[in-house]
Design a protein around this ligand. Structure first.
Ligand SMILES: Cc1cc2nc3c(=O)[nH]c(=O)nc-3n(C[C@H](O)[C@H](O)[C@H](O)COP(=O)(O)OP(=O)(O)OC[C@H]3O[C@@H](n4cnc5c(N)ncnc54)[C@H](O)[C@@H]3O)c2cc1C
Length: 395
């Protein structure tokens, strides 16, 4: 079999590429090969309005299952609400919309065993040749990045009474601080349906599910929310990048193959979130007149290197968070950060900080010991530990 553009893995990044390419160039010959039974597995991906342009939010709208006009943050000494809209794309919606557009151009429950620049070999031995291959099989691991973790367990809960929230609580750090920076994240999907995630910026990737589940139940009870039923769950262990070798990251993998999503290190260093970068990459690929014949390896490799260079400051902040602050004091860095201006906070998450923002984040009395903060300045310092990045999947 032969195709034009072959998207290996039908997760978030490759589904967005397929959606955007078919939106703008319906006749591009392409094929998505995904080992799961549906596109996008079982995830809820969220983003701020200000992470994307108006046009990007417009084309993402069919996939956006929820939108809230505002959200809030809670810390022991600070409570703040933001009028920036917040949105969630669900994998169910992504699957429905993108698979309808793909028609017979998607093969589900199909495991790829080998990827090369000229095509793939499936687990069953079949070979699919392609003019261009994009590897979007998720986080490759490999130990080339020095990382901490954002890890979480979330429960989808039906409440017996309405919760009275007007929007999401992105961080409620008024909870007991254990295992690093801990906060609870709540998305209210309807008056009686919520996703509550117990989240940790931690040094180790292990998830003690029974403990986190108990923490979520205790949190719901403290809010006065009576749980009627747990309807599902999701868990994640996302990489928070402190440093590393992006060239070695790219050298480790099939030569000459373009990459998308986590596979290409297209994610925000401080949140591990990849949706905004995936949207930008989808836009860039869809703008090429013949994406199936374009040098996408060079394009994705260059974009990834540029993103790495542009996000050195974020890795510095991450090192301060993970190396300079005592684990149970990490929340103070976020509490202080959320005292800064709305515009700066928006630009931080959108990855568009101005130089003056960078100065403002660091001036004043830092909530970490100065000597340890100074030791974090060099990215080239011998890393404290090298760990393979991992990303959890929905359970
Ligand atoms: C539970 C969870 C919640 C998250 N929430 C957010 C969020 O709110 N906002 C945000 O921006 N980011 C979020 N992230 C982080 C990140 O955006 C996601 O991990 C995102 O799904 C990464 O997209 P991707 O396309 O790189 O990888 P994935 O979406 O993981 O897709 C990889 C796909 O490749 C397939 N695959 C792998 N190997 C093979 C093979 N050999 N053959 C065929 N198919 C294969 C997999 O089945 C999978 O479908 C979350 C992550 C998790 C785990």
């Amino acid at each position: 079999m032969k195709t034009g553009l072959l998207l290996v893995g039908g997760g978030l990044a490759n589904s967005l590429i397929a959606h955007r390419v078919l939106d703008t160039q319906p006749d591009v010959p392409l094929l998505v090969v995904e080992r799961g039974a549906s596109l996008g597995a079982d995830h809820t991906w969220s983003f701020h309005d200000s992470d994307l342009t108006d046009e990007q939010r417009r084309w993402l709208r069919p996939l956006t299952a929820h939108r809230w006009a505002s959200h809030e943050l809670r810390f022991p000494d600070r409570r703040r609400s933001f009028d920036d809209g917040y949105n969630s794309v669900t994998s169910r919606r992504l699957h429905d919309v993108v698979s309808a557009a793909l028609g017979d151009r998607v093969r589900l429950e199909t495991e790829v065993a080998e990827v090369t620049a000229g095509g793939v070999v499936l687990a069953g031995g079949e070979r699919i040749e392609a003019r261009t291959v994009i590897d979007g099989r998720g986080d490759p691991g490999g130990g080339h990045l020095d990382i901490g973790y954002q890890k979480f367990l979330g429960l989808f809960i039906r409440l017996s009474e309405p919760h009275a929230l007007t929007g999401p609580i992105l961080m409620d750090a008024t909870v007991e601080q254990t295992d690093g920076y801990r906060f609870v994240y709540t998305l209210p999907f309807s008056p009686t349906e919520v996703l509550i995630e117990d989240t940790y910026y931690a040094d180790a990737p292990d998830l003690d599910r029974p403990r986190l589940r108990a923490g979520i139940e205790a949190y719901a009870e403290r809010q006065g929310w009576a749980m009627a039923e747990i309807t599902g769950d999701e868990a994640g262990v996302l990489p928070i990048v402190l440093g590393g070798d992006i060239d070695a990251f790219w050298a480790d993998g099939p030569p000459g193959v373009a990459r998308s999503g986590m596979r290409g290190a297209f994610f925000h260093p401080t949140t591990g979130y990849s949706l905004p970068e995936a949207v930008r990459l989808a836009d860039e690929i869809a703008a090429i007149p013949d994406p199936a014949g374009a040098p996408l390896f060079e394009l994705t490799r260059r974009r990834s290197a540029e993103l790495w260079r542009a996000t050195g400051y974020y890795r510095l902040l991450n090192r301060m968070l993970f190396r300079a602050a005592d684990p149970e004091q990490r929340y103070r860095i976020f509490e202080r950060f959320y005292g800064l201006s709305d515009g700066l906070i928006r630009r931080f998450y959108a990855g568009r900080l101005h130089w003056i923002d960078k100065v403002r984040i660091l001036v004043g009395k830092p909530p970490v010991p100065i000597r340890r903060a100074l030791q974090c300045l060099s990215e080239n310092r011998e890393p404290k530990k090298k760990i393979s990045p991992t990303s959890g999947g929905a359970t």
